[in-house]
Design a binder for this molecule. Structure first.
Ligand SMILES: Cc1cc2nc3c(=O)[nH]c(=O)nc-3n(C[C@H](O)[C@H](O)[C@H](O)COP(=O)(O)OP(=O)(O)OC[C@H]3O[C@@H](n4cnc5c(N)ncnc54)[C@H](O)[C@@H]3O)c2cc1C
Length: 435
């Protein structure tokens, strides 16, 4: 699908206005003039919380449907983080709704009627709490990611149950325009769910054969693929894809990985994966007889999205993969702009793509920084700091686009350091591997 020619900022503004309008609109439709007693205030505030909560809930389905337009406007990793925060907000709003309605009923001297509509509301809220708590804590309890994903998909039920609850308990309270709006919301959520669960699996995934699986360092492997049927969509250097390996006898899981190869290598694709958890620890056991299903590309982390200024790349560990894709692209296209890479690792053995980085032309300056070097290491030691950035990249800081990818703690420190160095946030681009 061709992306609309709409400028990104305008597109973002339109989306956010629609989002905010959809949340505020229903609340504005409540007849606040007819509210006279404290109980009525509590009641209407409770309804407002529910109306806003339900609209945001429906938008969650849209936010997570991997729609290319949203990726173009905001980048999928940021959307996922926003989705997490919105999930918490929905829970707060719908819980507040219950408390306010109960308080309104109590202060007007009535009791809560016994009705199936209220039971549906209670089930919805309980399911919402389970979904959000599971999403925020599944890492801590070592819950299998696939089980969590499946449980998260059942969250679609929340929209249906929430709709039924409001349809049968609240429609007489809503005016006609709001009823129409509610149906539109349900339809939008249904379309987004259909796109994510039917269109993407059927039409937008590509089956690839695995050409090779080669160790890159002691704990990273590079897998090379070629599409077997339809070609994969053109990617930009630095973008990522969702990869599912079909390996007989092993669980099939879908994980996001950067396309570490350059678009100049198409139709071939490469990913470089670090053994860092339950799934990636088995990556070296992949065989060329296995099959890969890929979906993508996604992401905004590419220097092709920004002006052709000097580039400062800052990477930590496996965070080098999107940077390597960009470096390979610059090298293969003969782009001779100034490029500085500051690459942090624990030891020299952890440096990924060491040999390839050593053979780059003179417009590339590569500095390795080791936090646990061997005694014979003569390069910079410790972590990448603002001071080190100043020392090695001062000459380009005034106009360079900065691309940062690494462990979360490192990224947070470097983003703060770049701010201290007066690098405008608009020139600092980063990708988080934990979404
Ligand atoms: C945009 C992007 C690009 C990435 N590129 C690379 C790359 O080039 N090379 C590389 O080695 N790693 C990359 N990662 C990280 C990689 O996706 C995770 O390390 C991997 O999914 C962890 O899976 P695991 O089961 O081995 O680890 P676990 O220890 O089981 O999980 C570690 C954490 O990863 C997350 N996670 C687990 N499974 C998934 C999943 N299926 N989907 C999404 N998140 C999951 C969870 O938050 C979990 O806490 C990238 C991540 C993102 C978001």
């Amino acid at each position: 699908m061709r992306l609309p020619a709409m400028p990104r900022t305008a597109g973002r503004a339109v989306f956010l206005i629609v989002f905010a309008g959809a949340i505020a609109g229903p609340v504005a439709c409540i007849d606040w003039n007819a509210v006279h007693t404290p109980a009525q205030w509590l009641y209407n505030l409770g309804r407002s919380a529910a109306l806003m909560g339900f609209v945001i809930l429906c938008f969650q389905v849209v936010l997570t449907c991997r729609w290319k337009l949203l990726d173009y406007l905001f980048a999928i990793d940021r959307i996922t983080n926003f989705h997490k925060r919105m999930g918490i907000l929905v829970t707060v709003l719908l819980t507040t709704h219950v408390f306010l309605i109960l308080s309104a009923i109590k202060s007007s001297g009535q009791t809560l009627p016994d009705s199936w509509q209220i039971d549906v509301g209670e089930v919805t809220l309980a399911l919402l709490w389970v979904t959000v708590v599971l999403a925020l804590t599944f890492d801590m309890f070592g819950l299998d990611y696939n089980i969590w994903r499946l449980s998260h998909k059942t969250a679609l039920l929340l929209v249906v149950l929430g709709f039924i609850h409001s349809r049968f308990i609240g429609f007489q309270l809503l005016n006609t325009r709001l009823v129409v709006f509610w149906w539109i919301l349900l339809a939008v959520a249904a379309l987004a769910a259909a796109y994510r669960n039917i269109v993407i699996p059927l039409f937008l995934r590509r089956r690839c054969r695995i050409d090779s699986i080669l160790p890159q360092t002691h704990d990273t492997f590079t897998l090379s693929f070629k599409p077997v049927e339809k070609a994969i969509r053109q990617h930009k250097p630095g973008q990522f894809m969702w990869l599912t390996l079909k390996r007989p006898g092993r669980k099939s899981e879908t994980h996001p990985f950067t396309i570490a190869s350059s678009p100049t290598a198409l139709p071939a694709l490469q990913v470089t994966i670090k053994q860092s958890g339950n799934y990636t620890n088995t990556i070296g056991l992949t065989r060329t007889t296995d099959t890969a299903i890929i979906e993508g590309p996604y992401g905004r982390f590419s220097m092709l999205n920004y002006p052709a200024t000097p580039l400062l790349f800052i990477a930590g560990g496996v965070g080098i993969t999107p940077v390597m894709s960009m470096i390979r692209y610059l090298r293969d296209t003969g782009d001779n702009r100034r490029v500085i890479l500051l690459y942090g690792n624990k030891t020299a053995d952890d440096i990924i793509f060491k040999d390839e980085l050593n053979t780059l032309a003179s417009n590339f300056t590569i500095t390795h920084i080791l936090s646990r070097p061997s005694p014979d290491w003569s390069g910079p030691k410790g972590h990448i700091t603002g001071e080190l950035i100043g020392e090695h990249a001062q000459s380009i800081l005034h106009n360079a686009e900065v691309f940062l990818c690494g462990p979360p703690a490192m990224m947070d420190k470097i983003i703060a350091a770049l701010k201290q160095l007066a690098v405008p946030a608009a020139r600092v681009h980063y990708e988080r591997f934990t979404i």
